[in-house]
Write a protein that binds this ligand. Structure first.
Ligand code: DX5
Ligand code: ZN
Length: 219
């Protein structure tokens, strides 16, 4: 099994962003999770196109843009143009989910659909055949550094069962509160991609933190 670590930029030190991105890449991680918040769909505001465009020139990593914004169709083209490789949006934020997925694909990007902890899992099932990833939130979206909600394990496992039984190639990404203490359980439940903000950027050095994840990924 090839697992992916998706370091969440939200927890980075923006005064030395370039250095931190290089450190992630040097540690062998070719993915970057980029959380965009609009102050409407979620209470907080993070960053947008200019920041993404500016780091695009510094790295070849896969830019996994997580849109926590209302009516995401309005901005798909902008995020494609500033360097996204994949765009994940929220089921709760879009009126016409199919249309948003098609727009993302028409721009040549991977499409992901995310659900909040309180959204019934079955609501993503109709879209699975055309999705590249499903992002299960294991915290309420809006802030980094929150505690993992244990209810997520059952949801990951249920989705894994459904995906496998229907032989779908869609990947399961899990976001929020993942660290070295619970990453093994998240993988065991059926995740392919683990997002981690605080656990990558805080406390120890980025390379030490990433090494803990790699250990769990290769067991
Ligand atoms: C939360 C974001 C997450 C967050 C994860 O709304 O979608 O990606 O940055 O951060 P940690 O790993 O600190 O929970
Ligand atoms: Zn996220």
């Amino acid at each position: 099994m090839m697992y992916i670590l998706a370091p969440s930029l939200l927890a980075a030190d923006f005064t030395i962003l370039g250095e931190q991105i290089r450190e992630i890449q040097k540690a062998g991680v070719n993915y970057l999770h980029i959380d965009v918040m609009d102050g409407m769909f979620v209470p907080s505001i993070s960053f947008g196109m200019p920041l993404i465009a500016s780091i695009r020139s510094a790295t070849t990593q896969f830019f996994d843009v997580h849109l926590m914004i209302t009516d995401p169709i309005r901005y798909i083209k902008d995020f494609a143009e500033c360097g996204a490789d994949g765009i994940t949006f929220h089921l709760e934020a879009a009126d016409h989910v199919d249309e948003v997925i098609d727009r993302i694909h028409s721009l040549g990007l991977k499409a992901g659909l995310s659900i909040k902890p309180s959204t019934p899992l079955e609501e993503v099932y109709p879209y699975l055949p055309k999705l590249d990833t499903v992002l299960i939130m294991s915290v309420e979206p809006g802030f980094g550094g929150q505690a993992f909600m244990d209810e997520a394990y059952g949801r990951i496992a249920e989705l894994r069962k459904y995906i496998n039984s229907h032989c779908l190639p869609v990947k399961i990404e899990v976001d929020g509160g993942i660290g070295k203490k619970n990453v093994r359980e998240v993988l065991r439940a059926g995740a392919d991609i683990c997002v981690a903000g605080s656990a990558v950027f805080k406390k120890r050095s980025i390379s030490e933190n990433i090494a803990h994840f790699m250990e769990a990924f290769h067991e």
